[in-house]
Design a protein around this ligand. Structure first.
Ligand code: DHB
Ligand code: FE
Length: 279
């Protein structure tokens, strides 16, 4: 049977993708950030997941105001990197795992999560930057990816508690897939950041740290945080963090924190990163 062995939380700051694509990962500004992922690259090379289930948000790239799916599961054979205004990133096409996607879609919908099914989708920095941070610049991504796009761009976004419950249902879905696959779940986006208006540039390191502590050690409590707290404490784009709760829900209650990295500044965002292993 398939099994979930680990989780990765990772910000998706687009400037980090640009830094990688343009060979700036050792300079004074980006060097310390990429250094924070050295452990992670070694770890994932040893962990060798067969599939990554990647929870991310689209930024008005594949979707726009015409269609706003709350939870959308990728069921395609592959996902092409999108052109976000400067041409598509020069990174490999992301291969999917259609049999696993189809199984997860069926299992989630029969478990009362009525998600949207996506059979064709381009993927933006929300998905490709975390892959870059974990795998650097390979010719091919080392394993297939099943993407789950969560709406955190246009209110109403889903609650943290709903994301956490969805994660638990994803775990049931993956663990009932008959093939012997090792699955790593990524929760991406965050940490505190606000890109516009009077509080643009807001970072709240203390809140970010507490968020990570609760996520790891007491997710039942942490997942209860309301939107207004994310907005007030972590800025308007801090709401991306509800996606980390999908990842956390897919893991065991008991996890071991293998690695934590936190860094300010990266563009307008605090970079946060965790590696968790199921115990
Ligand atoms: C930035 C962060 C994001 O999460 C994003 O989607 C776009 C930009 C930034 O910090 O610049
Ligand atoms: Fe974002």
């Amino acid at each position: 049977m398939a099994r979930i062995t680990s989780g990765v939380a990772c910000s998706h700051v687009p400037a980090l993708g640009v830094a990688s694509d343009q060979g700036l990962t050792n300079d004074d500004y980006y060097g310390p950030i990429f250094k924070g992922f050295e452990y992670s690259r070694d770890w994932i090379a040893k962990e060798k997941p067969d599939v990554i289930f990647l929870v991310y948000n689209d930024h008005c790239t594949a979707f726009d105001a015409r269609v706003i799916p709350t939870f959308a599961l990728g069921c395609a054979a592959e996902y092409t990197p999108a052109d976000e205004g400067w041409g598509p990133r020069p990174v490999p096409v992301v291969k999917g795992h259609q049999a696993l996607s189809a199984h997860i879609a069926q299992s989630l919908i029969l478990d009362s999560f009525d998600l949207t099914i996506i059979n064709e989708m381009e993927v933006d920095h929300g998905l490709t930057v975390p892959l870059t941070m974990m795998f650097d610049r390979p010719d091919e991504w080392p394993c297939p990816v099943v993407p789950l796009a969560v709406n955190v761009v246009q209110y109403p976004a889903p609650l943290g508690s709903r994301c956490y419950a969805l994660g638990k249902s994803i775990r049931k879905a993956i663990e009932s897939f008959p093939e012997d696959l090792k699955v790593c779940v990524f929760g991406t986006g965050g940490m505190s950041h606000q890109l516009q208006h009077e509080r643009a540039g807001l970072i709240n390191a203390k809140w970010d740290e507490e968020f990570m502590n609760l996520l790891v050690n007491d997710p039942e409590t942490g997942s209860q945080k309301e939107h207004i707290e994310y907005l007030r404490e972590a800025g308007s784009e801090g709401i991306e963090l509800v996606m980390w709760y999908v990842m956390r829900g897919a893991l065991n209650e008991n996890v071991e924190e293998m690695h934590r990295f936190y860094h300010v500044p990266a563009s307008n965002t605090a970079v946060g990163h965790l590696i968790l292993e199921n115990r």
